[in-house]
Design a protein around this ligand. Sequence first.
Ligand code: 4NP
Length: 164
Amino acid sequence: MEEKKTYRVLFVCLGNICRSPSAEAVFRGAVERVGLEDCIEIDSAGISGYHAGESADDRMSRHAARRGYRLTSISRPVTTQDFDRFDLIVGMDDSNIRDLTRKASREEGRAEIRRMTDFCTQYDDTEVPDPYYGGAAGFERVLDLLEDACRGLLDYVRSRIDRP
Ligand code: 4NP
């Protein structure tokens, strides 16, 4: 099965329990809607391994479920191999991008590193803000930004793979 995947996307945030698991679910939905699930592999990871082995944050899962997304990922830290395995690594905020860029320069991997909001067309925010210590509005904002970004990201990925 794995040989069929032609393009691999890794979403990264700090803890891998709020933003990147949500990005994974939102993007998976967008990819499935256009029937490209056999061509695009999607995963998520955290800069920190602090929550490794945990399911997504309950608050994030509840907000995502209301929009029809099921968060199924188990938190894991970014690894050395990720920089070679993935075509595209998408960070959520300035701090993620700094950490990923620093790690990438050590690993000499082939992955392109981009920030999630680069793919937004509706919002002009430059970060998907960390919702962990905030309230409900923060989780909703995360989902608004991710839904917008995933539309643009799908166009970008489709332009990079063979199938239109
Ligand atoms: P995430 O959110 O990076 O979107 O998964 C956070 C989760 C946990 C913590 C910070 C942010 N934390 O400090 O434990």
